[in-house]
Design a protein around this ligand. Structure first.
Ligand SMILES: NC(=O)c1ccc[n+]([C@@H]2O[C@H](COP(=O)([O-])OP(=O)(O)OC[C@H]3O[C@@H](n4cnc5c(N)ncnc54)[C@H](OP(=O)(O)O)[C@@H]3O)[C@@H](O)[C@H]2O)c1
Length: 162
């Protein structure tokens, strides 16, 4: 099984502000959907609670929490990242979808990183992606694009572990 991380990351590694995504780019949400549909998605409890419509459809939703009573329809819970990964051991690619706490724990285990790089910062950002050590990863990037609504510049990057 391969473990992949997917994240949208600002120029200063920002990913979140006040419990929400730091940046909203509709092409990135489509990209996220294309890469995750049909695969299990593993997330921290705070990220799960930030989803606007509950569990993500057409995906097995696994929420990591220390609260053993946590219960939500359409969701499986796990008491650690390791337990979450064990739940989906028979899948070709498990997708780690955040947030910062879970990215930090998952980065050493990941084989692949799907990163949307956003050429912007947010002064009120409060959650950040961990540093990606270029010595450990091969990076391939697509062309920079501009989101017509927000004017944000972004590009899709993919890192494979060396
Ligand atoms: N830009 C992006 O791509 C992106 C993606 C995802 C999220 N985000 C943003 O990131 C922010 C949320 O990130 P966050 O770091 O605050 O929270 P998080 O990682 O989503 O969730 C943290 C929670 O996960 C549980 N947890 C973490 N480590 C655990 C462990 N080892 N064992 C058991 N449970 C564990 C705990 O839940 P309990 O407290 O229930 O025990 C903890 O409070 C939001 O702003 C969100 O919008 C951004």
């Amino acid at each position: 099984m391969s473990i992949a991380i997917i994240a949208a990351v600002g120029a200063d590694n920002a990913i979140g502000a006040a419990g929400n995504l730091a940046f909203h780019i509709s092409a990135d949400l489509k990209h996220f959907k294309n890469l995750t549909v049909g695969k299990p998605v593993i997330m921290g409890r705070k990220t799960f609670e930030s989803l606007p419509n509950g569990p993500l459809p057409q995906r097995r939703n696994i929420v990591i929490t220390r609260n053993s009573d946590y219960n939500y329809p359409g969701v499986e819970t796990a008491s650690s990242l390791k337990d979450a990964v064990e739940l989906v051991y028979d899948t070709p690619e498990a997708m780690i979808i955040g947030g910062a706490e879970i990215y930090r724990q998952a980065l050493p285990l990941a084989d692949k990183l799907y990163i949307t790089q956003i050429d912007a910062t947010r002064s009120d950002a409060d959650t950040f992606f961990p540093d990606i050590n270029p010595e450990e990863w091969n990076e391939s990037t697509e062309e920079w694009q501009t989101d017509p609504k927000s004017g944000l510049k972004y590009r899709f990057a993919c890192f494979s572990r060396k």
